[in-house]
Write a protein that binds this ligand. Structure first.
Ligand SMILES: C[S@@+](CC[C@H](N)C(=O)[O-])C[C@H]1O[C@@H](n2cnc3c(N)ncnc32)[C@H](O)[C@@H]1O
Length: 260
């Protein structure tokens, strides 16, 4: 198998044929949420930035197909993880039910559901519900001796004591405040609009990589998108593998990580 590389293909195929079982220390998975096509479209939306709405062909499933797909890719991830590996799965209220149920079925242990509060979430123009401003990251582990780099994570705590020292962990996580990616961090297309609707913040991935891996470990992202996980993993001296089925996104990720 190749590491520090992007496989342009379907993750079910690549994970079952190209990646060694028991070889991956950490997985960050940001799968389709199956929310496209179900919600209000914003006609004439030209922001292309922080508030860009997800409405992508890769994000549409029937409910039965979505459950089957979730089971298939999470099962393959289970096989690829080392004995004490971790998997972090990004989701919203739309698919957290399927993720949690499947995780339990596969024998994963759920350690945390981290809430990401999006400080610049899309405004609620319907005035019919509370404004959606959160996403979640479910942290599952395979064995009993999972990695949690407490001292490293403690130093990432944005909240300090009155004396400016690092606080203990009870004051940080499982809640993180971060804006939806914008500005220079946002990968743009030729039209200068956001190139991908669901690019994740580097800061969120940094926290996960720091907490649940060490230098030289292998980090896998089966839904690579713009390559945020590989970009961050490389910066933090981890090895990585990305899988992305859309050729254009795979090329964007390649350019982001390798500069070409
Ligand atoms: C939610 S996005 C991931 C965004 C990524 N975290 C980032 O920061 O850019 C999901 C990605 O998975 C890809 N995808 C969907 N189904 C896939 C599959 N079966 N195999 C591989 N990639 C898939 C989509 O093309 C999309 O780019």
């Amino acid at each position: 198998m190749k590491i520090n590389t992007i496989y342009n293909g379907d993750c079910l195929d690549v994970m079952s044929r190209r990646i060694d079982k028991g070889s991956v220390n950490l997985i960050f998975a940001d799968p389709p949420y199956n929310l496209s096509g179900h919600s209000l479209d914003l006609a004439n939306n030209t922001t292309g930035g922080a508030f860009y709405k997800v409405n992508a062909e890769w994000d549409v499933y029937s409910q039965d197909d979505y459950i089957a797909f979730t089971h298939q890719w999470m099962d393959l991830c289970h096989d690829l993880l080392t004995e004490n590996g971790s998997i972090y799965i990004s989701c919203t209220q739309h698919n957290i039910g399927e993720i949690l149920t499947t995780g339990k079925e596969l024998g994963f242990k759920l350690n945390n559901v981290i809430t990401w509060y999006k400080t610049n979430a899309m405004p609620n123009i319907t005035k019919r519900t509370f404004t959606h401003s959160t996403e979640f990251v479910c942290w599952f582990v395979k064995g009993k001796n999972w990695k949690f780099e407490y001292d490293t994570v403690k130093h990432l705590n944005p909240h300090k004591t009155k004396d400016g020292n690092y606080k203990q962990m009870r004051d940080f996580l499982d809640f993180i405040e971060l804006p939806v990616v914008q500005g220079r961090e946002r990968i743009k297309g030729d039209d200068n609009r956001a190139a991908h609707p669901t690019q994740k913040p580097e800061r969120l991935i940094e926290l996960i990589v720091a907490a649940s891996s060490n230098e030289g470990d292998l980090v896998l992202d089966p839904f690579f998108g713009t390559g945020t996980t590989g970009f961050v993993a490389a910066k933090m001296n981890r090895n990585w593998i990305g899988i992305e089925k859309n050729k254009h996104y795979a090329e964007l990720a390649h350019k982001r990580i390798f500069g070409e």
